[in-house]
Design a protein around this ligand. Structure first.
Ligand code: KG4
Length: 338
């Protein structure tokens, strides 16, 4: 009999539902929330209200697109954390209610596991998936980590940021350039037209595999401040070069530690995940690095880089196979690591 898992994601500002049958994706519906744009960041209270409005139609659409009747579900997987508590409560409560109504088990998913396991989402039976062990560079608005993935339930963080995440560096620098939130995609677009060698920004000297991005942010701010004194139109006149130079520096910082991790572990497969892995420069850099070193890259389709329920459904599917179900008195958590 087929195993059909409904995944629900509501950890931040995207309400998403997906259906996976025997590991193959049947549908993945994402409702983004425009309501935050005018505030320059996600407003938690508005996010949970929008999740409440979206969750029923999003789940309904995911089931319809998959051609699956809710009574045929084997399990419901949901993101339990980390994320915004109010937002997580919406997905968690909905999953519990539906599971009780349908008499199927619930499976709780760590959002970060979901990002790592997004490489196992198959659209066709024959789609390739990474072999264990592999290294995953997980880069998002809240995380910058190098993870050694030995199995779907055995992950070790080898390095993590000690301050800002890579996505924060993109977003905060974009904000001072007057770009809309989130700034990462705007920097990506501008960088394609700019001279990446024009500006030099500070790079961290942290031992081991940990990251730091706050020094880069400060150095970016100082460059703007010093130049704006001389030329009030400095940002407008140098937008593309600033974006390209910033992006190059972030990529160099990311790749430097990834290279160290590859040398330390001898692992031959490299995956990337999280919102920043949508960045064209990051994707190219990882791909070219793997070609040079004879490694196998796993670069996710862009739709699976940002928050989505397909990754929650696949992570839930593996836990379901292990009969790792969640209790009904489990509550969401705001923070955790892998
Ligand atoms: O994984 P994600 O959706 O959620 C969080 O952990 O917040 O990642 C969002 C982050 C934001 O910082 C956003 O600017 C960044 O991913 N991002 C990008 C790109 N697309 C999204 N950063 C650089 N280039 C992109 N194309």
């Amino acid at each position: 009999m087929s195993i059909i898992v409904l995944g629900i994601e509501s950890s931040c500002d995207d309400t998403s539902a997906a259906v996976i049958r025997d590991g193959v994706l049947l549908s993945n519906v994402i409702a983004s929330q425009d309501v935050h744009a005018e505030y320059g960041g996600v407003v938690p209270e508005l996010a949970s209200r929008a999740h409440q409005q979206n969750i029923v139609p999003v789940v309904d659409t995911a089931l319809k697109r998959a051609g699956i009747d809710k009574h045929d579900l084997s399990a419901i997987a949901f993101t339990r954390g980390p994320g915004l508590l109010g937002s997580l409560h919406v997905g968690t409560s909905f999953a519990k209610g539906l599971s009780l109504g349908l008499r199927v088990p619930i499976v709780d998913v760590n959002h970060l596991h979901g990002h790592v396991l997004s490489h196992f989402i198959r659209r066709e039976e024959s789609d390739p998936v990474p072999e264990y062990p592999f290294l995953c560079l997980l880069v998002s608005g809240g995380n910058s980590q190098i993870i050694l993935v030995r199995n779907y339930n055995d992950m070790e963080i080898l390095g993590r940021t000690i301050d800002d995440a890579a996505g924060e560096a993109f977003d905060k620098c974009a904000k001072v350039m007057g770009l809309p939130y989130p700034g990462g995609p705007h920097i990506d677009r501008l960088a394609a037209e700019g001279d990446a060698s024009r500006f030099k920004f500070a790079k961290p000297h942290i031992p081991g595999l940990d990251y730091s991005f706050s020094g880069l942010k400060t150095s970016f701010l100082y460059t703007l401040r010093d130049n704006l004194k001389l030329d009030p139109a400095f940002i407008d006149n140098n937008r593309a070069d600033l974006a390209a130079s910033l992006q190059r520096t972030i990529i160099e910082i990311l790749m430097d530690k990834l290279d160290k991790a590859v040398k330390q572990t001898g692992v031959k497969t490299i995956a990337i995940g999280g919102g920043v892995s949508a960045n064209s420069g990051v994707r190219n850099a990882v791909e070219q690095y793997c070609v040079r070193r004879g490694l196998t890259p796993f670069i996710p389709p862009r739709v699976f880089t940002t928050d989505n329920a397909a990754m929650v459904a696949i992570a839930g599917y593996y836990k379901y196979l292990d009969r790792q179900f969640c209790r009904y008195d489990s509550v969401p958590y705001a923070r955790t690591s892998i």
